[in-house]
Design a protein around this ligand. Structure first.
Ligand SMILES: *Cc1c(COP(=O)(O)O)cnc(C)c1O
Length: 345
């Protein structure tokens, strides 16, 4: 079998989750799983996270939320924040998926579906705090809140959360966003019970800006051990996945390895270092399904590490990403189905 492997460490994922939880306590962790759990695969990630005691799972869309729900063995919160169709709303209600709501129109449709099905929807209302990307505008917040409270009174919904998303571009901007966020929470509290789940921060702000954390933190990248581009290493957190390929031939140019751009490895990464058991080499060219490693003596059947935790001299996904001006998540989520997901521990 010469396809590349994405080797997944369950123990490292559990270690990272624990490190993140300790760091953000008493804020609770919502493990974000968009893009098939950042390329790691929803099934393995949910199983491992559930064993590690994670109680909140975040999906971009309802379809992903349903997949999470199918894998979960115990009750847990599943949150999906993309504006969805009526039939998706129905499935979300039947499978007890919390819904993130950023428009009055979406709220109205959820209320209507909840009335028809006779199932109370768990709603987290999103306030726009400056990103202008799906969120209720500050000036519309009071009227939308009133609609939510009326729906709550007749049993269609329960307002369980208030949330927003930070730009994480600069601290002052994030501070401004938090002010709007806290004001929205306060207005919610003045119109009824305080929604218990208040969430604003993702990986970087949750880790580095404790004062911005709410009662819940939505974290993807850092749980998978993916540090921020241009950000420092994280104490106690290491990459969960390593990408490896096998040497299938030897030529004048070097060792031919079975990985290429068809597997999702960007050809613009040609020249990147790779780890081996005989020292660090260079992946000097990247073709469709093969690449050539030079600078180190390799035999057919040897393994090459394209990214990982650095044990064999390979770089992390984020360090590779920085070479081509992107983020570590992107390196992982681009990997195609040709890459076998293999659980190593
Ligand atoms: C992706 C995403 C997150 C998680 O971001 P990380 O930086 O990976 O932790 C949280 N919230 C929303 C709305 C997102 O889209």
């Amino acid at each position: 079998m010469t396809r590349p492997e994405l080797r997944l460490s369950s123990s490292q994922l559990a270690t990272n989750i624990e490190a993140v939880r300790e760091r953000i306590a008493p804020s609770a962790l919502m493990l974000v799983m968009k893009d098939d759990a950042y390329g790691h695969g929803i099934t393995w990630t949910v199983e491992t996270a559930e064993r590690a005691g994670v109680e909140w799972f975040g999906s971009y869309d309802v379809a992903g939320g349903l997949e999470i729900r199918r894998v979960l063995e115990r009750p847990a919160h599943v949150f999906a924040w993309a504006t969805s169709t009526d039939s998706e709303i129905d499935e979300a209600l039947l499978q007890q998926i919390d819904l993130g709501v950023g428009t009055a129109e979406y709220l109205a449709r959820i209320i209507a579906r909840a009335d028809i099905l006779g199932i109370r929807a768990r709603v987290h209302l999103k306030i726009d705090t400056g990103l202008h990307r799906n969120g209720i505008l500050v000036e519309d917040w009071p009227s939308v809140m009133q609609i939510a409270r009326e729906a709550e009174a007749h049993g269609a919904i329960e307002l369980v959360g208030v949330w927003s998303h930070l730009a994480e571009a600069s601290d002052p901007e994030d501070d401004d966003a938090q002010r709007l966020f806290l004001q929205a929470v306060q207005e919610a509290a003045e119109s009824g019970p305080t929604p218990p789940w208040q969430h604003l921060t993702a990986s970087a702000a949750s880790w580095w800006r404790p004062e911005l954390r709410g009662t819940l933190s939505r974290i993807g990248a850092f749980c998978y051990g993916i540090r921020s581009a241009d950000g420092p290493d994280l104490e106690g957190v290491r990459p969960v996945a390593e990408l490896t390929a096998t040497v299938i031939d030897r030529t004048e140019a070097g060792a031919v390895v079975a990985i290429g751009s068809f597997d999702g490895l960007p050809s613009t990464l040609a020249g990147m270092p790779v780890g081996t058991e005989h020292g660090v080499g260079t992946l000097s060219s990247i073709d469709l399904t093969t690449g050539v490693v030079s600078g180190v003596e390799l035999s057919i059947g040897d393994r090459v590490w394209c990214f990982g935790a650095g044990v064999h001299g390979e770089e992390t996904a984020t360090t590779l990403a920085e070479r081509i001006g992107t983020v570590g998540e992107e390196i992982l989520t681009r990997l195609t189905a040709r890459v076998r997901r293999v659980i190593v521990d």
